[in-house]
Design a protein around this ligand. Sequence first.
Ligand code: FAD
Ligand code: UDP
Length: 367
Amino acid sequence: MKKYDYLIVGGGLFGAVFAHEMKKINKTCLVIDRRSHKGGNVYCENIEGINVHKYGAHIFHTNDKMIWDYVNQFVEFNRYTNSPLANYKGELYNLPFNMNTFYKLWGTITPSEAKEKIRSQCENLNITLPKNLEEQAISLVGTDIYEKLIKGYTEKQWGRDAKDLPAFIIKRLPVRFNFDNNYFNDKYQGIPIGGYNKLIDGLLEGIEIKLNVDYFEEKYELDALATNIVYTGKIDEFYQFRFGELEYRSLRFEHELLELDNFQGNAVVNYTEREVPYTRIIEHKHFEFGTQNRTLITKEYPDEWSLGKESYYPINDIKNTEIYKKYKILSETEENVIFGGRLAEYKYYDMHQVIASALTVTKKIQK
Ligand code: FAD
Ligand code: UDP
């Protein structure tokens, strides 16, 4: 008899949802994480009363009422709506691309004028089926917006030419012919009141968790503890990189506590020109409408990924997709290992998608 039904490698959202659902059906779980805290990338550190998103700004959004109700069981969400600004060489534009952006850029007043402007910028380019991010972006918003608000940001974020990136990345951003600055199209959106740690604490309540434990350093002993493994780390690492390393984009965060109450008047300001080395400045207090006397800002610098650095964004280009497929096929032969989450599935998942993915797996087990 093994001590646990499940050893869960990774205390991020996937691992926490999985553990919570198993507890409901009286399965025993041990969660381990190599970091010194639970929550994975949604972890926040409270500094001077401000919840600081330590691994990048996280805004919860979903169209799925079931997922929204699910997270609301654990924590109440505020009415925060993400409406970032783009700073291009000192000029400010509203995001996502909407009538406010078009007005600022071209002085267009009506949707027809804006559509005509975009059409005229695309007409001689012969883009029928966009093959890459550059073509996709230009066909959606024209060359002016591409040059000022997309190209520089994208190329520093990904460390690649926009022609070498998949088109789907830019389709994350809405293009609207109205004056709506909401970054997301989803019905439900907000920030957990009191921070994301409350969500994670709620999910992991009553579940055994060991921190600062790296699965690969004690694999033999850990595997012996449980009948099944749920693995939410990097899939290539699980297989000792036998088909090669999957590439990621990493990030570096610079946090500054400032002796002023309001630095930029908004939670997120993107810096879209290539020359500014960071992609965005986050002012965390605005996520929770904070009234503290001081403020904490974070500059987010894209970073070349190498082994040992945090793997933030999977690079879902053709080369890496081919490598991932090989790992995926191998993973399907495992009888007692479940692979889930952003790293194990090598997917550019948002939080609601990770939760949905974990619930799909647990529902099968619960049946
Ligand atoms: P993770 O949170 O990465 O958790 C995996 C855990 O496994 C980690 O804690 C890691 O330490 C642990 N682990 C890995 N290997 C081992 C090992 N060998 N041994 C022990 N432990 C191990 N989503 C949104 O919906 N809205 C947003 O605004 C948003 N913003 C984001 C901003 C940034 C900069 C990033 C990077 C992501 C953002 N996301 C956002 C996505 C969101 O972070 C993820 O969808 C979600 O947190 C992934 O959860 P996970 O459990 O799959 O992975
Ligand atoms: N993007 C851009 N300019 C911006 C914001 C985003 O060109 O001001 C592009 C960029 O390629 C980015 C992608 O849109 O990687 C997706 O942006 P999103 O805000 O969804 O990225 P995330 O929050 O996941 O970093």
